[in-house]
Design a binder for this molecule. Structure first.
Ligand code: GDP
Length: 448
């Protein structure tokens, strides 16, 4: 499977990070170095890798520390976001520009064997079934009669129209005929499959330009074979220098390449990847979705979702006030109460752990052993709310008689009140240490 090796390598890096509660800047730097090597080994272009690592590092320094998640988890989210950006950013996958006076033309370009003809037919099928538009396919590969026949066959499978082959016509003559036929026969879209060569040459480029002048395509798509790695990226770059491409289609994403082409393409060419070819069949074309591909590479959708959720709930002002108090060694029960309600907003322990299927059993076991569960969180909330504001601010002053009153008020045993107070003392101690570092960035939140 494509990206498998990369996924494995990144997984190793992340395991090291998430295994620890606190990270130093050195840990993060070491992780980024390993990520850099992993990307290079996956055949991602060097400038792309450099840029990627620099951006992730920059964000790690500038990012708010979200205390509901571990630094390691936050780093995974940053790497995820970096990958999404690299692949073209969040948001709906970019569709095709099909509006306008019909017939509108789509020009297919690419080297021989890249999967251009197959992709032309796949696109025709997709546009017909999804956009409910009539599509005419035309082959302009005058030098390869076999290629023309191949498209004819595939047009049948795609149940799209096919422009009859007329021997002896030039590519530009066929382009004119295709646009005319499209108009007369009421087609919405005409897909022109241009000639493929084994390498880019002057003649090929001149021909493609002449065809573009006639058909005035709304889309000029370059089809590239993802398995050819950096060659595919270089081909795309050179095509784009000569032809105003509007997007890319990467084929053979179902193969077991290293994935470097897919990761470098967008960054190097500036062009959106619009579709992925995922099988030889006529329905084997997926709309490109950066988030989905990034998720597939990282294989840590659970953690990404967790951090996203935590940052949605994360109240920056409150966190900063809390950090200041912590730094002064003042984390009182009012703050603990805030923390508990923050956690229940995130669906309680169950909600948080539910997002972490991998860790679920182990962590749940530890937490259960400590007697910590959602009902305990609720009881703790009840205990705290049975205290006066003063008591919450200075829990160390609580005497036995008061503890008894609080226990009665919240319907628990006194031992449970003591347990809560002990837990709070431990948390306050720990936070005092962490809090001294100040809340400025994720990096500064780590302890050395
Ligand atoms: P062209 O010379 O660029 O027109 O390439 P073709 O469309 O003839 O494709 C070359 C070969 O690659 C054919 O055997 C296709 O079935 C195969 N192919 C094309 N796209 C894909 C894909 O996304 N996945 C797989 N597995 N094979 C593909």
């Amino acid at each position: 499977q494509m990206f498998d090796t990369l996924t494995e390598r990144l997984s190793g890096v992340f395991d090291k990070l998430t295994g620890r509660g606190v990270l130093s800047e050195k840990d993060v730097d070491a992780a980024l170095r390993e990520i850099r090597v992993a990307l290079l080994e996956a055949d991602v272009a060097l400038p792309v890798v450099k840029d990627f690592v620099a951006k992730v590092k920059e964000r790690a320094v500038g990012d708010d520390v979200i205390r509901a998640v571990s630094p390691g988890q936050q780093v995974i989210k940053l790497v995820h976001d970096g990958l999404v950006d690299l692949l073209g950013g969040e948001g709906e996958p970019e569709g095709l520009a099909l509006d306008g006076e019909p017939p509108i033309a789509i020009l297919m370009a690419g080297l021989q064997g890249s999967g251009k003809t197959t992709t032309a037919a796949k696109l025709a099928r997709r546009i017909q079934t999804r956009e409910k538009k009539k599509v005419l396919l035309a082959s302009l590969d005058t030098r390869r009669p076999a290629a023309m026949e191949q498209l004819q066959q595939m047009a049948q499978q795609a149940e799209a129209g096919f422009l009859p082959i007329v021997a002896g016509q030039t590519a530009t003559e066929i382009a004119k005929r295709a646009m005319k036929a499209g108009q007369l026969q009421g087609y919405d879209v005409v897909i022109l499959d241009t000639a493929g060569r084994t390498s880019i040459d002057e003649e090929l480029m001149a021909e493609a330009k002449a065809i573009a002048d006639i058909a005035k395509p709304h889309e000029t798509l370059l089809v590239a074979d993802a398995l050819t790695g950096q060659d595919a990226v270089e081909t795309a770059r050179r095509f784009h220098e000569r032809l105003p491409l509007t997007g890319l289609v990467l084929t053979r994403m179902d193969g077991d390449g290293r994935g470097g082409a897919a990761l470098s393409m967008r960054h190097v060419t500036g062009l959106p990847i619009k579709f992925l070819g995922v099988s030889e069949k006529v329905d084997g074309l997926d709309a490109f979705d950066a988030k989905r591909v990034a998720g597939r590479i990282l294989g840590r959708g659970d953690i990404v979702a967790l951090v996203e959720k935590a940052s949605e709930e994360y109240d920056k002002d409150k966190a900063e006030r809390l950090a200041k108090k912590m730094a002064k060694g003042k984390f009182d029960l009012n703050d603990l109460s805030d923390q508990l309600s923050q956690m229940s907003k995130m669906g309680g322990l169950g909600g948080i752990l539910g997002l972490l299927p991998g860790m679920n059993k182990k962590v749940q076991g530890q937490i259960a052993a400590a007697g910590f569960d959602d009902s305990m969180m609720k009881r703790q909330q009840a205990i705290i709310s049975s205290m006066t504001r003063q008591e919450r601010a200075k829990p160390e002053l609580l005497k036995a008689s008061r503890k008894k009153r609080i226990a009665a008020g919240s319907g628990v045993e006194v031992s449970e009140v003591n347990k809560l107070l002990k837990m709070h003392r431990q948390m306050a101690d720990m936070m005092k240490k962490v809090g001294k570092k100040g809340p400025k960035g994720l990096m500064s939140g780590f302890t050395a």
